[in-house]
Design a protein. Structure first.
Length: 172
Protein backbone atom coordinates (compact mmCIF):
# COMPACT_ATOMS: atom_id res chain seq x y z
CA UNK A 1 0.00 0.00 0.00
CA UNK A 2 1.13 3.51 -0.74
CA UNK A 3 -0.16 6.59 1.08
CA UNK A 4 0.59 9.93 -0.55
CA UNK A 5 0.49 13.30 1.14
CA UNK A 6 0.09 16.50 -0.83
CA UNK A 7 -0.29 20.11 0.24
CA UNK A 8 1.40 23.47 0.27
CA UNK A 9 4.81 24.07 1.83
CA UNK A 10 4.69 23.88 5.61
CA UNK A 11 1.27 22.22 5.80
CA UNK A 12 2.55 19.12 7.61
CA UNK A 13 3.21 16.50 4.91
CA UNK A 14 6.52 15.39 6.43
CA UNK A 15 5.05 15.40 9.94
CA UNK A 16 2.24 13.15 8.67
CA UNK A 17 4.75 10.81 7.01
CA UNK A 18 6.81 10.59 10.22
CA UNK A 19 3.64 9.63 12.09
CA UNK A 20 2.92 6.83 9.60
CA UNK A 21 6.49 5.62 9.95
CA UNK A 22 6.40 5.61 13.75
CA UNK A 23 2.89 4.28 14.38
CA UNK A 24 2.28 2.09 11.34
CA UNK A 25 5.77 1.09 10.16
CA UNK A 26 5.58 2.77 6.75
CA UNK A 27 8.76 3.68 4.88
CA UNK A 28 8.96 7.36 3.87
CA UNK A 29 9.92 8.49 0.36
CA UNK A 30 10.07 12.09 -0.81
CA UNK A 31 10.37 13.46 -4.33
CA UNK A 32 12.93 15.97 -3.07
CA UNK A 33 15.23 13.13 -1.97
CA UNK A 34 15.43 11.94 -5.58
CA UNK A 35 16.42 15.41 -6.76
CA UNK A 36 18.93 15.84 -3.93
CA UNK A 37 20.61 12.54 -4.81
CA UNK A 38 20.76 13.41 -8.52
CA UNK A 39 22.31 16.80 -7.72
CA UNK A 40 24.89 15.24 -5.42
CA UNK A 41 25.77 12.80 -8.21
CA UNK A 42 26.43 15.87 -10.38
CA UNK A 43 28.58 17.45 -7.66
CA UNK A 44 26.01 20.18 -6.94
CA UNK A 45 24.46 21.25 -3.66
CA UNK A 46 20.84 20.14 -3.15
CA UNK A 47 19.39 23.59 -2.48
CA UNK A 48 15.68 24.26 -3.01
CA UNK A 49 16.56 26.35 -6.07
CA UNK A 50 18.82 23.68 -7.58
CA UNK A 51 16.20 20.99 -6.94
CA UNK A 52 13.51 23.13 -8.56
CA UNK A 53 15.64 23.83 -11.63
CA UNK A 54 16.60 20.16 -12.02
CA UNK A 55 13.02 18.99 -11.49
CA UNK A 56 11.77 21.41 -14.16
CA UNK A 57 14.51 20.28 -16.56
CA UNK A 58 13.67 16.60 -16.04
CA UNK A 59 9.94 17.25 -16.51
CA UNK A 60 10.64 19.16 -19.74
CA UNK A 61 12.88 16.37 -21.06
CA UNK A 62 11.07 13.25 -19.82
CA UNK A 63 7.47 14.25 -19.02
CA UNK A 64 5.52 15.37 -15.97
CA UNK A 65 5.56 11.91 -14.40
CA UNK A 66 9.36 11.58 -14.47
CA UNK A 67 9.80 12.17 -10.73
CA UNK A 68 7.28 9.43 -9.94
CA UNK A 69 9.20 7.05 -12.21
CA UNK A 70 12.45 7.77 -10.37
CA UNK A 71 10.84 7.57 -6.95
CA UNK A 72 8.84 4.37 -7.39
CA UNK A 73 12.02 2.53 -8.41
CA UNK A 74 13.27 3.17 -4.87
CA UNK A 75 10.27 1.72 -3.05
CA UNK A 76 11.18 -1.63 -1.58
CA UNK A 77 8.55 -2.12 1.10
CA UNK A 78 4.93 -3.19 1.11
CA UNK A 79 3.84 -0.05 2.99
CA UNK A 80 5.22 3.26 1.76
CA UNK A 81 4.35 6.90 2.30
CA UNK A 82 5.27 9.45 -0.37
CA UNK A 83 5.42 13.19 0.15
CA UNK A 84 5.87 15.98 -2.37
CA UNK A 85 3.45 15.27 -5.22
CA UNK A 86 3.47 18.29 -7.57
CA UNK A 87 1.55 17.18 -10.66
CA UNK A 88 -1.45 15.03 -11.53
CA UNK A 89 0.85 12.98 -13.80
CA UNK A 90 2.89 11.93 -10.75
CA UNK A 91 -0.27 10.88 -8.93
CA UNK A 92 -1.57 8.99 -11.96
CA UNK A 93 1.74 7.16 -12.41
CA UNK A 94 1.76 5.95 -8.79
CA UNK A 95 -1.98 5.20 -8.73
CA UNK A 96 -1.71 3.00 -11.83
CA UNK A 97 1.17 0.96 -10.40
CA UNK A 98 0.27 0.60 -6.73
CA UNK A 99 -1.85 -2.30 -5.52
CA UNK A 100 -3.56 0.21 -3.23
CA UNK A 101 -3.01 3.97 -3.17
CA UNK A 102 -4.59 6.74 -1.11
CA UNK A 103 -3.79 10.42 -1.67
CA UNK A 104 -4.37 12.76 1.28
CA UNK A 105 -4.47 16.54 0.96
CA UNK A 106 -3.11 18.29 4.06
CA UNK A 107 -4.46 21.82 4.48
CA UNK A 108 -3.14 24.58 6.73
CA UNK A 109 -3.65 28.32 6.61
CA UNK A 110 -0.84 30.68 5.60
CA UNK A 111 -0.05 31.84 9.14
CA UNK A 112 0.33 28.27 10.42
CA UNK A 113 2.54 27.39 7.46
CA UNK A 114 4.70 30.50 7.89
CA UNK A 115 5.30 29.47 11.51
CA UNK A 116 6.62 26.10 10.32
CA UNK A 117 8.94 26.98 7.43
CA UNK A 118 12.27 28.77 7.41
CA UNK A 119 11.33 30.99 4.49
CA UNK A 120 10.02 34.51 4.12
CA UNK A 121 6.49 34.93 2.84
CA UNK A 122 7.97 36.18 -0.44
CA UNK A 123 10.10 33.02 -0.83
CA UNK A 124 7.13 30.82 0.07
CA UNK A 125 4.90 32.61 -2.44
CA UNK A 126 7.54 32.26 -5.17
CA UNK A 127 7.87 28.53 -4.51
CA UNK A 128 4.10 28.06 -4.53
CA UNK A 129 3.77 29.91 -7.85
CA UNK A 130 6.17 27.40 -9.39
CA UNK A 131 4.26 24.50 -7.84
CA UNK A 132 0.95 25.81 -9.19
CA UNK A 133 2.44 25.89 -12.71
CA UNK A 134 3.32 22.18 -12.30
CA UNK A 135 -0.33 21.40 -11.52
CA UNK A 136 -0.20 21.18 -7.74
CA UNK A 137 -3.67 22.64 -7.20
CA UNK A 138 -5.07 19.98 -9.53
CA UNK A 139 -3.40 17.38 -7.30
CA UNK A 140 -5.34 18.78 -4.33
CA UNK A 141 -8.59 18.28 -6.24
CA UNK A 142 -7.93 14.59 -6.99
CA UNK A 143 -7.02 13.70 -3.40
CA UNK A 144 -9.02 10.88 -1.84
CA UNK A 145 -9.10 12.44 1.63
CA UNK A 146 -8.46 15.81 3.23
CA UNK A 147 -6.98 16.72 6.61
CA UNK A 148 -7.01 20.12 8.30
CA UNK A 149 -3.73 20.87 10.09
CA UNK A 150 -4.51 24.18 11.79
CA UNK A 151 -4.80 22.70 15.27
CA UNK A 152 -2.65 20.74 17.66
CA UNK A 153 -0.24 17.98 16.68
CA UNK A 154 -2.40 15.56 18.69
CA UNK A 155 -5.49 16.50 16.67
CA UNK A 156 -3.51 16.15 13.44
CA UNK A 157 -2.41 12.64 14.44
CA UNK A 158 -5.98 11.75 15.39
CA UNK A 159 -7.18 12.71 11.90
CA UNK A 160 -4.45 10.58 10.31
CA UNK A 161 -5.32 7.65 12.58
CA UNK A 162 -8.98 7.96 11.64
CA UNK A 163 -8.10 7.69 7.95
CA UNK A 164 -5.86 4.70 8.63
CA UNK A 165 -8.76 3.06 10.49
CA UNK A 166 -11.04 3.74 7.52
CA UNK A 167 -8.64 1.99 5.16
CA UNK A 168 -8.17 -0.75 7.73
CA UNK A 169 -4.51 -0.32 8.64
CA UNK A 170 -3.63 -1.16 12.23
CA UNK A 171 -0.96 0.71 14.16
CA UNK A 172 1.26 -0.26 17.04
Amino acid sequence: MIIGFTGRAGCGKTTAAKHLKKKYGFDHYNFSDVLADLLEDQGKKPTKLNMSVLGDKLRDEEGNDVMAKYLTRRIDSSNAVITGFRSPAEVDYVRQRAMEFHLIFVKANLQERMNRVEETQEELNEREEKDVKKGMEEVFLIADKEIDNNGSLEHFHEQINKIMDEIEIEGE
